[in-house]
Design a protein around this ligand. Structure first.
Ligand code: SAH
Ligand code: SF4
Ligand code: F3S
Length: 436
């Protein structure tokens, strides 16, 4: 019988991409996939450690999986991703059920490591690779939309953030390797790619070739058959007018920008080591809004950073009103081991953090609602991603602004079709319309 892999993924899109690489490596070793851990021979949790809660989740996941070892003595448990990188060997020491710990640079070694684990060894791989950053092309479960990692790591060291410690220093992939991967995906039915990096704007900095992110994106727009291009995440300090001009002039690049502000107060931004002031950020966002017609902007926020006073928080509230994001992702600050901010007292109480988070999200709900309602009557370009299970005349997709649009169509459509939809209704987080 073929062996089966069960894998559960937490965290950001880069982890989703890594999960696809892990699956592909297991498939090459003859494994099939399963959604049911009780059927699996190998279970992997691909972890995130960006906030406190995700790492707790990992502990409870291991707790849930260990029972399968009773029925199947060969059942192996692996922890991959950012918690694996952060805690390494310690996971093996503190948890006798875990057989494999695979850090963020460990994926290329997975074949050899899994073989040894299958033979009874317990292994932790946590070295960062010093090689050039390459990802050989790999087969994957394709949909019409795919993530493609273009760089890894981060050199920004925002004072609260663990990513530079768990993903290592910034490294870019060679442009030709990425473009080949995209061409391969397009040949296999992919219509939209999202380029991934913690800080895509510094793409190319440490490559031998002379290339920056804007130049790279321009090359990607030339790929025949690729219809839509997105990217995350842009760091505001490196976000350039050159990129804005490219987005506004290239049809394939979608009008959606995730530009995390994190906080509205300059003193908090300074303590966060973000490298910009609110007014500098506002200037860049305004330029993007002015030059890119119909752009949707989104952002991340942290509330309750050490020392954040009511006044500081009010500046964050003012910022979301002034900028009018279409979406925000907001989090309560949580100290991460080893980061600079974790040395400062976490002095905003849990109650105040929760109150601020609620206030911010409530305010955003009004803004989102207003912005979505203002789109009623518009004709929007939607790429079909799925068909409703209940009604085969109802389809689901995304508009160019990255918003989910559900719509009716009397014509049968398939995933990847790009159609024009008249927006009839705004729901809480999505739009509803009909194909015209
Ligand atoms: N590279 C991306 C962010 C990756 S982490 C960027 O620079 O924007 C995703 C988000 O998690 C961050 O934008 C931040 O809002 C949040 N985050 C990171 N560390 C955090 C912490 N210690 N506590 C709470 N939220 C945090
Ligand atoms: Fe973390 Fe800042 Fe790097 Fe984003 S830019 S990954 S928030 S250190
Ligand atoms: Fe989490 Fe690692 Fe991504 S910490 S946000 S999975 S880079």
């Amino acid at each position: 019988m073929t062996k089966k892999l069960y894998i559960k993924t937490f965290g950001c899109q880069m982890n989703e991409y890594d999960t696809e690489r892990i699956i592909s490596a297991f498939e090459m070793m003859g494994y099939g996939m399963t959604d049911d851990p009780s059927e699996a021979d190998f279970a992997i949790i691909n972890t995130c450690s960006v906030r406190e809660k995700p790492s707790e989740k990992v502990k409870s996941e291991i707790g849930r999986l260990k029972k399968y070892k009773k029925d199947n003595p060969n059942f192996k448990i692996g922890v991959a991703g950012c918690v694996a990188q952060q805690e390494g060997e310690a996971i093996l020491d503190s948890n006798s059920y875990v057989d494999m710990v695979l850090g963020t640079d460990g994926i290329p070694r997975i074949g050899e490591v899994v073989e040894r684990v299958e033979n009874g060894e317990r292994i932790a791989v946590t070295e960062f690779s010093s090689d050039n950053f390459t990802i050989p092309n790999f087969s994957r479960n394709r949909s019409v939309s795919a993530f493609v990692t273009i760089m890894k790591g981060c050199d920004n060291f925002c004072s609260y953030c663990i990513v530079p410690y768990v993903r290592g220093r910034e490294k870019s992939r060679k442009s030709i390797e990425i473009l080949d991967e995209v061409k391969y995906l397009v040949d296999n039915g992919v219509k939209e790619v999202t380029f991934l990096g913690q800080n895509v704007n510094s793409y190319g900095k440490n490559l031998d070739e002379n290339i920056n992110f804007t130049q790279f994106l321009y090359m990607a727009t030339k790929i025949d058959g690729l219809e839509r291009i997105r990217f995350v995440t842009s760091h505001p300090k490196d976000f350039s007018g050159e990129l804005v001009d490219l987005i506004s002039s290239e049809e394939k690049i979608c009008e959606y920008l995730h530009l995390p502000l994190q906080a509205g107060s300059d003193s908090v931004l300074k303590k966060m080591n973000r490298g910009y002031s609110y007014s500098e950020y506002f200037e860049k966002v305004s330029m993007a809004k002015e030059k890119i017609k119909n752009i949707a902007i989104s952002s991340d926020f942290i509330v309750g950073f050490p020392g954040e006073k009511d006044d500081d928080f009010l500046k964050t509230l003012d910022a979301i009103k002034e900028i009018e994001y279409e979406t925000i992702f907001a989090f309560k600050y949580s100290p991460r081991p080893g980061t600079k901010a974790s040395d400062i007292e976490d002095d905003v109480s849990e109650i105040v953090k929760s109150q601020r988070l609620k206030k911010l999200l409530d305010e955003q709900e009004k803004i989102t609602s207003r912005l979505l309602k203002s789109q009623i009557g518009e004709i929007q370009e939607v790429m079909v991603e799925g068909i409703s299970k209940k009604d085969n005349k109802v389809f689901s997709g995304r508009n160019r602004r990255n918003r989910i649009v559900n719509f009716v169509s009397s014509k049968v459509l398939k995933a990847g079709d790009i159609v024009n939809v008249k927006i009839l209704e705004a729901k809480k987080n999505s739009l509803y319309g009909e194909k015209i």
